[in-house]
Design a protein around this ligand. Structure first.
Ligand SMILES: *[C@@H]1O[C@H](CO)[C@@H](O)[C@H](O)[C@H]1NC(C)=O
Length: 365
């Protein structure tokens, strides 16, 4: 009896400690910036994910996320924005333009974009965007970018049973992508139960253009995913475990060979691969505050933001981690994405605005 009691007490303490740690109750965030930062005019209901088109110096941004049921507050209209890194930095207000979406089959009312990725198909920038309907059903919407408008042309909607609770995706070929399901349950309560019980309901799938094939099941909330075309490496953020995995993509595109796992100690959302191969992320350094602000987007409640940069060695076995930006939430709240281009940085948020920073000396990264 005594032994059982001790075992149960230890188990309960371990559980309580894990809970306590995972809420970041005693973490303090100290503000710092890589240079001058400004708010970007445009998205106000989120800039959850950012996809840079390096050759053009432009970035596509998703806005108006709908995440889990029941959704509290109003259902926000989903929008796509375009940020041009070539715009003048000076006194003028920086702008992200809303992109009109054309296409007879496009269902504007049921469009709530989440993660996005791109691939250049026959010289045209093609976007693949995770979409949740008002009722939290899921699809991947495919758009072609028309720079003359500029506008997006809706091409098709991909639906499949493997889109369980899709969060993010990374194109690895024309109409081919690897995507994450960050859990199985569809409601806020269910997700809470998943987090508290440590249930590993997350999964990663490969969409080959016609069908899905499972790559990993039983992951703890795989969230952001990014592909480095140049080095053929894939990165996945397992947000509930506060770590990022690095893989090599094998020829069949559905086999990922694990290279290393980087413990970050902070919950990192979407991932970005820079031209030097380093991986960056918009993270939620204080989880209990993030949960509060993201759970009630319409309120003024804010949560801290953090940009983390991971520089791997050439074998992707070890990594140096730095923090180019951190903020208590007053300047930018609930950071979920980042993109670097030409000594500039864009920081996206789950459901608030968009921040731009200059990086006069990249040595600070
Ligand atoms: C978004 O996804 C939902 C659910 O799959 C679907 O009903 C809706 O038509 C999609 N939106 C667009 C723009 O096709």
């Amino acid at each position: 009896m005594g032994k059982i009691l001790v075992a149960v007490t230890i188990a309960l303490c371990a559980f309580a400690w894990k809970m306590y740690e995972s809420l970041d109750l005693r973490k303090t965030v100290y503000n710092h910036r890589p240079g001058i930062c400004r708010q970007v005019h445009g998205p106000v209901k989120g800039s959850e994910d950012i996809e840079l088109i390096r050759s053009e110096g432009i970035a596509f941004i998703t806005s108006g996320i709908l995440y889990l049921q029941p959704y509290r507050g109003d259902i926000v209209e989903g929008k796509m924005f375009l940020y041009d890194f070539n715009q003048k930095l000076g006194k003028d207000q920086l702008k992200a333009k809303e992109l009109p979406i054309k296409g007879a089959s496009f269902d504007q009312n049921n469009f709530h974009p989440h993660g996005l990725t791109h691939w250049v198909v026959n010289g045209v920038i093609r976007l693949y965007v995770i979409n949740h309907s008002d009722g939290f059903k899921h699809s991947v919407e495919v758009f072609d970018y028309d720079p003359s408008g500029p506008a997006l042309i809706h091409k098709k909607s991909i639906k499949h049973a493997s889109f369980i609770r899709p969060n993010d995706l990374a194109a690895i070929g024309p109409d081919q992508f690897i995507f994450t399901n960050d859990g199985v349950t569809q409601s806020e309560m269910g997700n809470l139960a998943e987090i508290l019980s440590g249930y590993k309901g997350g999964s990663v799938y490969y969409w080959d253009g016609e069908d899905s094939q499972v790559i990993f099941s039983a992951m703890a909330a795989p969230n952001g995913i990014a592909y480095d075309v140049k080095n053929n490496k894939l990165f996945i953020s397992e947000i509930n475990y506060r770590r990022v995995h690095a893989y090599t993509v094998e020829k069949d595109k559905k086999t990922l060979t694990h290279l290393s796992t980087v413990d970050l100690g902070t919950a990192c959302d979407n991932l970005f691969v820079d031209s030097d191969g380093s991986v960056s992320s918009g993270c939620h350094p204080v989880l209990h505050e993030a949960a509060k602000s993201i759970g009630d987007c319409e309120s003024d409640v804010t949560s801290p933001s953090q940009v983390i940069r991971i520089k791997f060695d050439k074998d992707y076995k070890t990594a140096a981690i730095s923090e180019p930006y951190a903020n208590d939430g007053k300047e930018v709240s609930g950071s979920s994405a980042v993109a670097f281009h030409n000594n500039q940085m864009l920081v996206g948020t789950v459901c608030k605005g968009l921040l731009h920073c200059e990086i006069p000396d990249p040595a600070v990264l």
